[in-house]
Design a protein around this ligand. Structure first.
Ligand code: FES
Length: 182
């Protein structure tokens, strides 16, 4: 997909999300005690708290956006970026940290051009650091789309990302071929 059509699709998705949040907000009172339930509702329905959504919540509760943001960032249950199509979790528990988990995280960040907690602009990839995922014998560990990868080396990071990129190019080529064959 070209960058402009990706942007268009993302904008349309965001508009639909904000419309949905506006209709849901009507069911909540304007009291401050509704803040956490509202944030949970937004995340449950849309997987993250977009800045536009936080602005709407602030308007609904007649309070400053920075105050809403302050409360939301206090709880680590809330996400501020949409999860990518491929979500990468890098374990930084003790065993993984000792075996170079932070180097693996850095490799994913450098390769994808995003930091921990962020999503690539085309929403293909997101990265999250996690604590022990329970398979320390395989350290360092990364979980990609729920598949566990053990003894991850920097070359494996390259290979994983490259594999997804090749898969995406193939899908786009097939899509274009189907469209031109219509
Ligand atoms: S510390 Fe990474 S799996 Fe336990």
């Amino acid at each position: 997909m070209k960058a402009s059509s990706v942007d268009e699709a993302v904008r349309a998705q965001e508009r639909a999300m904000l419309d949905d949040i506006a209709s849901q907000l009507a069911g909540f009172g304007k009291e401050r005690r509704n803040l956490i339930p509202i944030l949970q509702m937004v995340q449950e329905r849309h997987t993250y708290l977009a800045s536009g959504a936080l602005k709407m919540v602030a308007e609904h509760l007649q309070t400053a956006v920075c105050e809403i943001y302050g409360v939301a960032t206090f709880y680590n249950q809330f996400r501020f970026h949409p999860p990518g199509k491929h979500h990468i979790k890098v374990c930084l528990g003790t065993a993984c940290h000792v075996r170079g988990g932070d180097i693996i995280l850095e490799n994913f960040e450098r390769k994808l051009g995003i930091r921990d907690g962020e999503t690539t602009p085309d929403r293909e990839f997101s990265i999250e650091r996690v604590v022990c995922v329970g398979c320390c014998a395989l350290a360092p560990v990364a979980i990609v789309d729920e598949n566990v990868h053990g003894q991850v080396a920097p070359s494996k990071v390259e290979g994983l990302v490259l594999g997804f990129q090749i898969e995406k190019e193939k899908e786009e080529r097939e899509k274009q071929e189907n469209e031109s064959g219509r």
